[in-house]
Design a protein around this ligand. Structure first.
Ligand SMILES: [Zn+2]
Ligand SMILES: [Zn+2]
Length: 134
């Protein structure tokens, strides 16, 4: 985190720790609650600001299907966009990298009809291993 010129301040650490300790993605309200439970004092606006900064550097991802943020599990700052498989039973997410070829198989045909795709997102829903075996 230091390498991105962000100071390692304790509010940031509190937010990050809350996200890392959670199996499910959390929205800003839930993170705020988690930080308070851990004895931290942050207002929701600060949580939003920290999340935006983290998202910018790829430390957390916003999972649209879940409506929450998840800590990156692939290591800081992977070059390519990743996608998240979301368990519909427990809400757990599994981060995976999607080969560029797969995105191109969507964006290239679109170019044929004159549409320039800025980003191709993939929604993956199902059940995680522990829910399958439960
Ligand atoms: Zn990631
Ligand atoms: Zn599950």
């Amino acid at each position: 985190m230091r390498s991105h010129g962000l100071r390692v301040t304790s509010p940031r650490l509190l937010v990050l720790r809350t996200l890392f300790c959670s199996k499910q993605p959390l929205n800003a309200q839930q993170i705020h609650q988690g930080v308070r439970d851990a004895g931290g004092h942050l207002d929701v606006v600060t949580v939003y600001r920290i999340l935006a900064a983290f998202q910018e550097i790829g430390l957390v991802h916003f999972i649209g299907v879940s409506g929450g943020y998840s800590a990156c599990s692939l290591g800081e700052c992977h070059e390519e966009d990743s996608e998240h498989a979301v368990c519909e039973t427990c809400g757990r997410v599994i981060e995976l990298e999607v080969p560029e070829l797969i995105r191109q198989s969507v964006s290239v045909p679109l170019e044929g009809v004159g549409f320039s795709a800025r980003s191709v997102r993939i929604e993956i829903l199902g059940q995680c291993q522990s829910c399958l075996t439960a």
